[in-house]
Design a protein around this ligand. Structure first.
Ligand code: SIN
Length: 306
């Protein structure tokens, strides 16, 4: 049996298969379907300091090879998250990574301080990349702001810190370097790609908020490209996310340079997929003669460009 555990600086996970924020509720909705103790990690929906009602409906629409969402960080706020969800999540037996978003650095820091009271959490993932709320990606598109928030959060908590980055910039490696230098233990690559769907007969966007974030298999080639580019440029551990729906997809992200992966959109139509992938990964690594996940991470042989 290969060793599936992975190390992302201060964060150790039992295996590299996680479920992405916003695609798995608070996990209790999924309890009937799978044994979550097998997962490498569960990342519940983004929490904000105060409750948010979210964006106008419709908030989701299926597209070719994926979906657009514009949820608008609908959640009940940090104190309700703590009162209702943290203990049940921790009791599931998988590492729990809380995903947080603030409007400014002070809000991120206040949330990090409060969640630091729960050392059983595995890590904090900073959502500095939501395309669906005003200011949501500001931190993720500016290297200086991204570094500022990561550095401030590092000072406010002893939990490992992951920065979830947006693909909606010219150079993700630039932002990844900034957050790595500021002390991020890992980066999650990538959040959704901004897009839109149009009902041309009504001359209106389909989504209530006009624009949304594209996810699913349609964005996998973009996510792979970004994971590979960041892996070449920065030595921060990468959690790959974007369109994963099979063990081959997992392997592609690992070979490109990701140490772990998150299953996202696929959870909506197959809530047991991520759990199944853990077993499939063990079988595949055994077939390949690999003792550990690290044996395949970053092994892409890229053609020499002329
Ligand atoms: C949303 O709540 O609008 C999606 C979250 C995200 O893209 O970060």
């Amino acid at each position: 049996m290969p060793d599936l555990s992975v190390q992302l600086n201060r964060l150790r996970l039992p295996n590299p298969i996680l479920v992405a924020s916003g695609t798995f509720g608070y996990a209790r909705e999924m309890v009937a379907y799978a044994d979550f103790r097998q997962l490498g990690g569960i990342i519940p929906k983004t929490v904000t300091p105060q409750p948010r009602p979210g964006n106008p409906t419709p908030r989701t629409v299926e597209t070719a090879g994926g979906m657009l969402n514009s949820i608008g960080l609908d959640n009940d706020g940090l104190e309700t998250f703590i009162a209702k969800h943290v203990q049940p999540l921790l009791s599931l037996g998988a590492p729990i990574i809380a995903n947080v978003a603030g409007k400014n650095t002070d809000e991120f820091v206040a949330m990090a301080r409060r969640l630091d009271e729960f050392p059983q959490l595995a890590a904090l993932e900073l959502n500095i990349s939501c395309p669906n709320v005003s200011g949501g990606v500001d931190y993720g598109t500016d290297p200086g702001m991204a570094a500022e928030v990561v550095s401030a959060v590092r000072g406010a908590t002893s939990l490992p810190v992951i920065a979830k980055l947006t693909p909606n910039v010219t150079s993700v490696p630039l932002i990844a370097k900034a957050v790595a230098d500021a002390g991020a233990d890992a980066v999650s690559l990538v959040n959704t790609i901004q897009g839109m769907a149009i009902d041309w007969r009504r001359r209106k966007p389909v989504l209530g908020n006009g624009l949304g974030g594209l996810s699913g298999p349609a964005i996998k080639p973009v996510a792979l490209r970004i994971v590979w580019q960041v892996a070449q440029a920065v030595s921060v551990p990468i959690i790959g996310v974007g369109g994963i729906q099979s063990i081959d997809d997992v392997m592609e992200f690992l070979v490109a340079g990701a140490t772990a992966v998150q299953v996202g959109t696929a959870n909506f139509y197959n809530p047991t997929l991520a759990t199944n992938l853990v077993g499939e990964l063990a079988v595949l690594l055994t077939e390949l003669g690999c003792d550990r996940v690290a044996d395949v991470v970053g092994t892409l042989e890229f053609p020499v460009r002329r």
